[in-house]
Design a protein around this ligand. Structure first.
Ligand SMILES: NC(=O)c1ccc[n+]([C@@H]2O[C@H](COP(=O)([O-])OP(=O)(O)OC[C@H]3O[C@@H](n4cnc5c(N)ncnc54)[C@H](OP(=O)(O)O)[C@@H]3O)[C@@H](O)[C@H]2O)c1
Length: 234
């Protein structure tokens, strides 16, 4: 995998999808698509990462802990990965599990969000309307986070894909169809790409994993990112 650059961490996107490319059930209801083999792989990957990122949509719908499950890895990392939640307007529910203070936690937000988060949460501001992910990734790199795992959901993956902000993208395909138009697609949201701006990936490997298969991709053409400043608040 390509190493971290001076302006952003090395970004590994990882997600699980149905064969028809859905990340969850109708209206975003959580689907446990990973089998035990994939779950173990995901937690190994988390353990090898400096930070794990999801969007606030995933927090609202799934309430993930974003931690490494000790029962799924041989040994826990010396430093637990930092949790990063992208929350432009302060939609994080009060009792969200990722706010429990058990491991370092960052909320990435915008200048327009007046919401106060618990004192143990580091607030990073990057962007005015939505969170500028290129800017955010630059700030994460400045904080010494070199290996960033991006887990979703649909809109975050769309932004990461559109802006070419990844070095590796793995998808575990579960042998199941979901087939509901309201189920979030692997890459969703308002991002519409047409030639010549299509995001093209290079297939690196495909392997059977449990009952499904794991496909691994790299970007075909590394995209340039604009250099934009942001602010970090302790
Ligand atoms: N199968 C898997 O591997 C997997 C993994 C994770 C999640 N999921 C599923 O994904 C679904 C959630 O996806 P989602 O699309 O609703 O939410 P999401 O991608 O988790 O979060 C999207 C939200 O983040 C905020 N945001 C701020 N800046 C953004 C930017 N630059 N680009 C994109 N989003 C930005 C926006 O909300 P604000 O403006 O309010 O901040 C946006 O609505 C759930 O159903 C969950 O189960 C599946």
């Amino acid at each position: 995998m390509v190493g971290a650059t001076a302006d952003r961490p090395r970004v590994w996107v990882n997600c699980a999808a149905s064969l028809d490319g859905r990340l969850a059930f109708a209206h975003g209801a959580r689907a446990r698509l990973s089998g035990p083999e994939d779950l173990a792989r995901v937690h190994r990957l988390r353990a090898e990462s400096d930070a794990i990122l999801v969007g606030v949509g995933t927090v609202v719908l799934d309430d993930p802990s974003l931690r490494v499950d000790p029962s799924l890895v041989k040994s826990l990392p010396a430093r637990p990965p930092t949790r990063v939640v992208v929350d432009a307007s302060g939609r994080t529910p009060e009792g969200a599990r990722f706010l429990d203070g058990s491991v370092p936690t960052i909320v990435a937000t915008t200048d327009r969000n007046p919401r106060a988060y618990p004192p143990h949460v580091r607030v990073v501001r990057a962007g005015g309307e939505t969170v500028d992910l290129a800017q955010l990734f630059g700030l994460l790199r400045e904080l010494g986070l070199v290996r960033l795992m991006v887990e979703g959901g649909s809109r975050i993956l769309a932004s990461v894909a559109r802006d070419g902000l990844f070095d590796r993208w793995t998808i575990y395909y579960a042998p199941v169809f979901i087939g509901d138009a309201s189920a979030p697609p692997l890459v969703g949201g308002e991002v519409v790409l047409r030639p010549p701006d299509l995001v093209r990936l290079r297939l690196e490997s495909v392997e059977r994993l449990g009952e499904g298969y794991l496909a691994s991709f790299t970007p075909q053409v590394p995209r340039a990112r604009p250099d934009v400043p942001g602010s970090v608040q302790a």
